[in-house]
Design a protein around this ligand. Structure first.
Ligand code: FBP
Length: 324
């Protein structure tokens, strides 16, 4: 009997236990963040079950949005909610209000639901000053001011990836326990990757640096092997692979979509926060993605994120274009 293995299996690091441990590092904290996160986790477990039941897209989009709004409001820890599914921000009524703003995409990549491709929930958390009257500016902040960010991927297994600003950790849902268990502690993205991930169907509308970069991925001029193309078309799935295997995920601007497609607050910022926390980078084509200051809640931005050296290469191509 391998007691060490059993000992490991019995010493279950659940996500709640992990966050409680994190909380001990902040003696001033009263557990509000842990309570908020437990409600986000509950929402993800609900959506995971609904996705596995094979509910159709339209219903799941609406369902997952309702679940998260209700879970976040009932936590009593939120004041402003921004959802990809709602045109306007939700201001929580004063009696149920807390100090956190949550920006989220309840079900990203939902166009892939009906063919059972991995999809996910993406979220970012901001903090407002205690007792301050919440205002829209509290969420129209640079991503670097986020307190925490994460995603939950509903795929062959259900993966919850989280950063509270001190590294990135991955948890896998153990359906028999109904608990997210720490399976990927302290995720570090490889410094350089062998994979590039982009919708090449937009290639004819790309700007020069993007076209040049993708050309180099396919036909490297420095003797290095060509990169492999992997594109699922579901940001959570493409970013999850990039985080674990390395490489670069890009959704650049193009003549058709001059601001790209992905939304700043609940797609670009949370994924950029996680990438930087894992040792990677996130760039918009002009600046560090987390330095962006959004002016409206559903704003879009081009994004290049992933392994440090790969993003460095595309930054150099854009810099060269500027210095021409
Ligand atoms: P939605 O906001 O409509 O869910 O779109 C987001 C998304 O599906 C991302 O998950 C994915 O990275 C991207 O759009 C795929 O876009 P495209 O089909 O243009 O490649």
């Amino acid at each position: 009997m391998d007691h060490a293995a059993d000992a490991h299996r019995t010493d279950l690091m659940t996500i709640t236990r992990h966050v409680l441990n994190e909380q001990t590092k902040h003696p001033e904290s009263r557990g509000d963040f842990t309570i908020l996160l437990s409600h986000i986790v509950l929402g993800c477990k609900f959506v995971c079950t609904a996705v596995n039941k094979g509910e159709e897209q339209k219903k799941l989009d609406v369902l997952s949005n309702e679940v998260f709004i209700k879970a976040l409001v009932s936590s009593g820890r939120t004041c402003i909610l921004v959802s990809e599914e709602d045109d306007e921000a939700t201001f929580v009524e004063p009696s149920k209000r807390g100090k956190y703003c949550v920006v989220f995409d309840p079900l990203d990549g939902s166009s892939n639901i009906d063919c059972a491709v991995s999809i996910g929930t993406i979220f970012g958390i901001y903090l407002i000053k205690e007792g301050a009257e919440p205002k829209l500016e509290d969420v129209l902040q640079p991503g670097k001011n986020m307190l925490a960010a994460g995603y939950c991927m509903y795929g062959s297994s259900c993966q919850f990836v989280l950063s509270t600003g001190t590294g990135v950790n991955g948890f896998t849902l153990d359906p028999s326990l109904g608990e997210f268990i720490l399976t990927h502690p302290d995720i570090k993205i490889p410094k350089k990757g062998k994979i590039y991930s982009v919708n090449e169907g937009n290639a004819k509308n790309w700007d020069n640096p993007t076209a040049k970069y993708v050309e180099r991925c396919k036909f490297p001029t420095d003797g290095s092997p060509a990169k492999s193309l992997r594109y699922i078309g579901s940001m959570v799935a493409d970013v999850h692979r990039t985080l674990l295997y390395g490489g670069i995920f890009l959704y650049p601007a193009d003549k058709k979509s001059p601001s790209g497609k992905l939304r700043v607050l609940y797609e670009v910022f949370p994924m950029s926060f996680l990438m930087e926390q894992a040792g990677g980078q996130a760039f918009t084509g002009k600046q560090r993605a987390l330095d962006l200051v959004p002016t409206q809640i559903h704003e879009r931005s081009p994004i290049f994120l992933g392994s440090y050296d790969d993003v460095e290469e595309i930054k150099a191509l854009y810099a060269a274009q500027v210095n021409k």
